[in-house]
Structure formats: structure tokens, C-alpha cells
Design a protein around this ligand. Sequence first.
Ligand SMILES: [Zn+2]
Ligand SMILES: [Zn+2]
Length: 235
Amino acid sequence: MYWRKILDLIFPPKCLICGSLIASMPGLCSNCWANINFISKPACAKCNLPFEYDFGEDVICGACTASKPLYHKAKSVFIYDDFSKPLLHGLKYQDKTHLAPYLASLMRIAAGDLLSYSDIIIPVPLHKKKLLSRLYNQSALLSLYLHKSTKIPFEPNLLIKHKNTKTQTGLTKKQRLSNIKGSFMINEKFIYQVKDKNIMLVDDVITTGATINACTRLLLKYGANKVNILTLART
Ligand SMILES: [Zn+2]
Ligand SMILES: [Zn+2]
């Protein structure tokens, strides 16, 4: 406590988005916190899309009814917008790895009971060329901190991205699906960790769900019992 106070004097705690002084680390100032669109109920029971009205528990949205996702349930912390963008971009492109423990703690809360029955945490992988240029996989980093706080086993090398796909940004849902098709595989070494297991698949952001569905399809093919999704943001 004493050292904490000294450290606060030397390095005053700052908001992770705007840099203004805050009471304690890590966190956001009241202004940035109020701007973030945190996802809460009511929301689609499948994909977590927020609803304007409360239609009751277990109600799923139109998109999930039309094309049922392969995963069991998805949860996200907040909506991807201009307010949450600095957190995602900081972690993904600006080497702000110090954001990961805080963001993972928000993900743990958002996951609710899904983590309580998860047997293993698996991040969506990056292709090794992308990993070399970026030096770390932001989803693996979030998974690592989730593992540290929950003690649920974590296997960052279970899924492999063996096809270096074009960036999904700017592609339509159909284009994303064909872009991502066949680009993931399972590392034979860890196959025993899939069969009959409840898997928590972690990514930074879910957009059309093409990547998540491709990974889920593969895990189910290899006998996973349930695949749940946990992301920091959703569009
Ligand atoms: Zn702020
Ligand atoms: Zn939905």
C-alpha cells in the first residue's frame, strides 16, 4: 500500500483512453467510461446483439434465427465504435500490451457463467507471417490473462492459421466467408484437448462472425462438446 502511494506520486494513474488523471490504476476516467457502449441485457441469447426492448430471456435476434451460428453462445464487453476503438487499436496495432490485463478482467465479467464450465481457453490464431510482423497475437494475450485469473487451461497453439488471408476489413459477409474458408487447422499435438470439451474461443472483435464460425466448425468437427465465444468488442 505504501509503495502503491509512492508509485502513484511518481507515475500518477491515468485513463487508458484519454490519459487524464484517475483515482486508481488500471482504468478509465468517468467520461470515457460513460462513452463506452457496454453490452448489457436485453440482448440476443445467441450472439449478444443488444435489443432496444426486453423480449425476455432466451430470445434470439433475426440474423441468428435466419442463419443459426454454430457456436453455443457469444459474449462481448462493448460495441466497437469510435469510443472503444482506442482500446482495440492500442492493443492490436500500437503495442499497448499493458491494456491486456484490464481488458481481460472486463471480458471475465462479460462472460458471466460461460467461463464457469469452460474446459479450455483458445485464442483465434494469427498466421505466422502476421505474428512475426506484429510480434504478438492480441487474442492470445487476452486469453493468457483470462487463464491467469480463472486458472482454466489455455492453449494458444491448438488452432493454427495456415493460410495467410487478405484482411477482412472492407469485405462483404460473403467475401469474408470465402476469404477465410479452409484457412484454419488443428494442431495434431493438442487434438486430445478438443473431444467432448467445452471450449471458450477468444478474439478481440467479432464483426460478421466468419472467422469465429470457421474456427467453431473445425472444433465441432473434432468432437468439441460446446464452443462459446468471448470477445472484447462486437460491431
Ligand atoms: Zn478518459
Ligand atoms: Zn443474434
